[in-house]
Design a protein around this ligand. Structure first.
Ligand SMILES: *Cc1c(COP(=O)(O)O)cnc(C)c1O
Length: 426
């Protein structure tokens, strides 16, 4: 019997390579964040479905059954087996991230799960790391306990000189919590001289602000909890691999299949819901990040001009501020910084208030900024940083700019400083 109610099956959309061929150029970042996953789209629904399954049916055809251990890993993209290996929502999320970041991307349950997987994979004897996100130092301490991994200080050249072949130079830029940038070309050169890998935590400057692969990073890491998620409602981490390292040559496995294999054993995959949320969030990445970066620049410029002018409440309350746009090199068009961040600075900066008491009380005076840790969401946040990082100056307030109107944020900061000034006078 002919079933005349059966709809025609839709073909999946074009792959990023097919799109590039059709347009004769790579599509813009904004278009790729909407279409880089079209080829995974086999259902006629325009919005992505959410798959919650942990397990997937094998082929009905006994002749096509191939035990997992005998499969060619390069064909694994076609077939799902068990969600600790991979799942449709995170595959789709990784398809978009691979295009946006410029190298094949592997997703993880959190930024720290990604950093851990990266260190396990590269297995260095020494890691050079500077000040920055304290959680990554926590992972290195665990690795020290397990196998004696040594940590050396990124900022001291004498320390860098202790590195040997196969060790890792890990550069976070811009740096948490100050938003200041580090020179990737400099560290690439040191890595080449020493035979080390260069890995970059680029969480504070997502696309389109910075592309660490242009400076030869082997692996680019992001806490996707921040700008990729963008709505303070999902945890995720990602490792993107330099295209030349991702796929193996001469029968050697590439880093992509090895990282996926190790993730299967570490078990740090994203949940199904997070994969789905991640796709939804990446659609607007460019809109959000550009807006956040521009608003931040307006606010940093305004705060800096108030400080310079003296005789106002901002200069009375703020003792010091830091952001990559305030570094000397930011005003020199040919400097490493202007080249490294050609499309604007990151949306996080730090203020040092007059005293610890000022820093502790200031967040409670604001209407629009939530007092909370984390960053990168559509909501602006401030944090008296001593709350969650015991290593920083207790006068420091970290500011993460969201997508509200910047003039409203300026006025909120201004009334907050006025209220603080009043309170501490009495
Ligand atoms: C938040 C953050 C991390 C850790 O990411 P999680 O998703 O919280 O595990 C790592 N590096 C930087 C720079 C971060 O801001």
């Amino acid at each position: 019997m002919v079933s005349n109610g059966t709809p025609e099956k839709k073909a999946a959309g074009a792959s990023p390579d097919q799109l590039t061929a059709a347009f004769g150029r790579q599509l813009s970042l904004a278009s790729r964040s909407i279409h880089a996953d079209d080829y995974t789209n086999t259902h006629p629904a325009v919005a992505p479905p959410m798959h919650v399954s942990t397990t997937y049916r094998y082929s009905d055809n006994p002749d096509k059954l191939l035990p997992w251990s005998e499969m060619d890993p390069s064909t694994l993209d076609e077939s799902y087996i068990y969600s600790r290996e991979k799942s449709p929502n995170s595959t789709r999320y990784e398809a978009i991230l691979s295009s946006l970041l410029g190298g094949p991307a592997v997703s993880y349950a959190s930024g720290l799960a990604a950093f851990h997987a990266m260190i396990v994979f590269l297995n260095p004897k020494r890691v050079a790391i500077g000040g920055g996100y304290h959680g990554c130092h926590g992972i290195l301490k665990l690795m020290k306990k397990l196998n004696g991994l040594e940590q050396v200080e990124l900022e001291y050249d004498d320390d860098l000189a202790k590195l040997q072949k196969g060790d890792v130079i890990h550069v976070e830029t811009p740096v948490n919590p100050t938003g200041e940038a580090r020179d990737l070309a400099f560290y690439r050169q040191r890595a080449d001289e020493l035979g080390c890998y260069l890995t970059v935590d680029a969480t504070f400057a997502p696309p389109p602000l910075q592309d660490p692969f242009r400076y030869g990073a082997e692996i680019v890491m992001h806490s996707a909890t921040k700008y990729f998620g963008g709505h303070s409602d999902m945890l995720s981490g990602v490792l993107a691999i330099h295209p030349e390292r991702a796929h193996g040559k001469d029968g050697q496995p590439g880093w992509l299949s090895e990282l996926r294999e190790e993730r299967l054993h570490l078990g740090g995959v994203m949940g199904n819901f997070e994969g789905w949320l991640g796709v939804r969030s990446l659609r607007t990445l460019e809109l959000r990040v550009k807006r956040q970066s521009e608003s931040t620049q307006h606010l940093v410029d305004w705060l800096a001009s108030q400080k310079r002018a003296r005789d106002n409440v901002v200069s009375e309350m703020v003792y010091k501020m830091q952001h990559s746009s305030l570094q000397d090199e930011a005003s020199q068009p040919d400097s490493w910084l202007s080249k490294q961040m050609p499309n604007g600075h990151g949306p996080v900066f730090s203020l040092w208030l007059r005293s610890e008491e000022h820093a502790k009380r200031f967040p409670s005076k604001l209407f629009l900024f939530h007092h909370a840790t984390s960053l990168g969401g559509v909501e602006s946040l401030v944090e008296w940083r001593a709350m969650s990082d015991s290593t920083v100056d207790r006068r420091l307030v970290r500011v993460s700019i969201g997508v509200e109107g910047w003039e409203d944020l300026r006025d909120d900061l201004l009334q907050g400083f006025q209220a603080l000034s009043e309170e501490l006078k009495n």
